[in-house]
Write a protein that binds this ligand. Structure first.
Ligand code: NAD
Ligand code: ZN
Length: 236
């Protein structure tokens, strides 16, 4: 188990030009979130749902990791098993910053993968549209029921089990760029000795007095301080 758990959300990727959920602009505003992010939308609104994720996947090809991803990638690669990188994000910016994909726990899926609804195989499709990769078929069983590899609201998120296991066994929990609306992060503070919260501003879903340290700043401006706090704990 890792000594330090870093749990991130949309805010860590905001400075890389990926809209957070609530300050949505551009791409997000053209769609009603509930029609493309909720359990069942692949049955009731399949074409638009797949198109939405196809566009976001393509959009990722131009996005670059920011300083926060890079500093955390250096730490993760230096301390390996001592640090767990867990994210709600489906982008690949930690990977672009140099962390091997298998070392990042993506709680809500991963945009550059697709999943077969027939055999449950998960496979890499890069930045392609689903219908353009493997002719829209699963490379394993050739089924045409291929979906974005993302967890919709109301669907099971199997990796939450890893999140709980890591958090209940760590010493320092670092939360970066999440409003706490999807994952109730406050509940985790009682399991850890120390916790750091970094968001741009106060969130209605977070009671910040529960945290040992609170930093309301951009992630890229907070990350050096966070990084030295992490190294201090790892050297104890
Ligand atoms: P959220 O949009 O609810 O909250 C974003 C949080 O980030 C806010 O608390 C805000 O203060 C903070 N923030 C904004 N800019 C920041 C910055 N520059 N530095 C530090 N903090 C900053 O996001 P959420 O809590 O992750 O939940 C939204 C859901 O939407 C999640 O399930 C997530 O999977 C999904 N989502 C993912 C992406 C992505 O993959 N990059 C983008 C948008 C939404
Ligand atoms: Zn299949």
């Amino acid at each position: 188990m890792a000594k330090v758990v870093i749990l991130s959300g949309a805010g860590i990727s905001a400075e890389s030009g990926i809209s957070t959920f609530r300050d949505s602009d551009g791409l997000w505003e053209e769609y009603d979130i509930k029609d493309i992010c909720t359990v069942g939308c692949l049955e009731t609104n399949r074409e638009q749902t797949i198109e939405f994720y196809d566009r976001r996947r393509l959009d990722l090809s131009e996005k670059e990791p920011n300083k926060a991803h890079k500093v955390l990638a250096n730490l993760k690669n230096k301390y390996k098993n001592e640090i767990a990188i867990i994210t709600q994000n489906i982008d690949n910016l930690f990977e672009k910053a140099g962390i091997p994909h298998e070392d990042v726990i993506h709680l809500h899926g991963y945009l550059t993968n697709a999943e077969c609804e027939s055999c449950n195989d998960v496979f890499d499709i890069g930045y392609k549209k689903i219908e353009e990769s493997f002719n829209g078929k699963c490379p394993t069983c050739h089924s045409q029921k291929v979906r974005p590899y993302v967890v919709m609201f109301g669907e099971m998120a199997p990796l939450y089990e890893n999140l709980y296991e890591e958090i209940t066994n760590c010493e320092l929990l670092v939360i970066i760029g999440t409003s706490g609306n999807v994952i109730p992060v406050d509940t985790f503070t009682s399991y850890v000795d120390r916790s750091i919260l970094n968001n741009l501003e106060k969130s209605d879903a977070i009671f910040d007095e529960l945290y040992s340290k609170v930093i309301y700043k951009k992630a890229t401006e907070a990350i050096d301080e966070i990084s030295s706090d992490i190294e201090m704990v790892l050297k104890e």
